[in-house]
Design a protein around this ligand. Structure first.
Ligand code: HEM
Ligand code: HEM
Length: 174
């Protein structure tokens, strides 16, 4: 069993953590509370949609590398339920990243947003009537909670259990 994740997974883990946390904060603070006719929102839309799409492609790459490379043996805590929770949370994080990207793309397509943001089409007044908007909003809150749990668990491993877990997500000889 390797001691660390594949280097591509290590790089993608930290890059995508930054992208996803940035998208979650910017979506909540710079998009949701601002009316669509505010000209300042155009740049936020461009960045959010561009970064959201890039995140989607990198998540596909990440999943493909994850499923085809060997990973370190699952970290154990001494509590079987906690170990199962960790594995379930990892897969839920993958799933929610795809739900966020998928619902974002669905909402944009249904509302004609790409034409409004990158062309000269009409801007939708808001997204309230789109199911994909509700999925995007609700999934974002669940995603935030699971990321918080994941970070708390990583810090608990590192500082309390001192089992060197962060080294598994670092570049180095495998
Ligand atoms: C958006 C934020 C994040 C997401 C979506 C995320 C997702 C994941 C996923 C899915 C895994 C399992 C490995 C895999 O299957 O690829 C993982 C592992 C890991 N993550 Fe994160 N992560 C995030 C942020 C963080 C942060 C901020 C830390 C550090 C404080 C961290 C520390 C770790 C560690 C140490 C592992 C290895 C766990 C193990 O070996 O069992 N992650 N992460
Ligand atoms: C891939 C990861 C993505 C994350 C983490 C993310 C995150 C967020 C968050 C947190 C919000 C605010 C939700 C709320 O407070 O109710 C939001 C809104 C939004 N996102 Fe995303 N997003 C992602 C991808 C995308 C993509 C790919 C698109 C479109 C192509 C998109 C389009 C939008 C739109 C149109 C809004 C609504 C803005 C409004 O209500 O005025 N998102 N996003």
């Amino acid at each position: 069993m390797p001691q660390r994740y594949h280097p591509v997974l290590v790089v993608l883990h930290w890059l995508l953590a930054a992208f996803l946390i940035g998208l979650l904060i910017a979506g909540t603070v710079l998009l949701a509370p601002v009316p669509n006719d505010d000209p300042a929102k155009l740049l936020s839309f461009r960045l959010h949609m561009g970064l959201g799409l890039l995140t989607f492609f990198l998540m596909v790459l990440r999943l493909a590398v994850r499923l085809t490379t060997r990973t370190p043996s699952p970290a154990v805590t001494g509590n079987a339920a906690l170990d199962r929770l960790a594995r379930a949370n990892h897969w839920a994080l993958y799933l929610l990243a795809f739900v966020m990207a998928g619902s974002g793309i669905a909402m944009a397509r249904a509302s004609g947003l790409p034409d409004a943001v990158f062309g000269d089409g009409p801007m939708p007044p808001d997204f309230a009537d789109y199911t994909a908007r509700r999925v995007h909003g609700l999934a974002s809150r669940l995603f935030m909670a699971l990321i918080a749990l994941h970070i708390a668990a990583a810090l608990w491993h590192h500082f309390i259990r001192r089992d060197g877990i962060l080294a598994r997500m670092r570049l180095g000889p495998r």
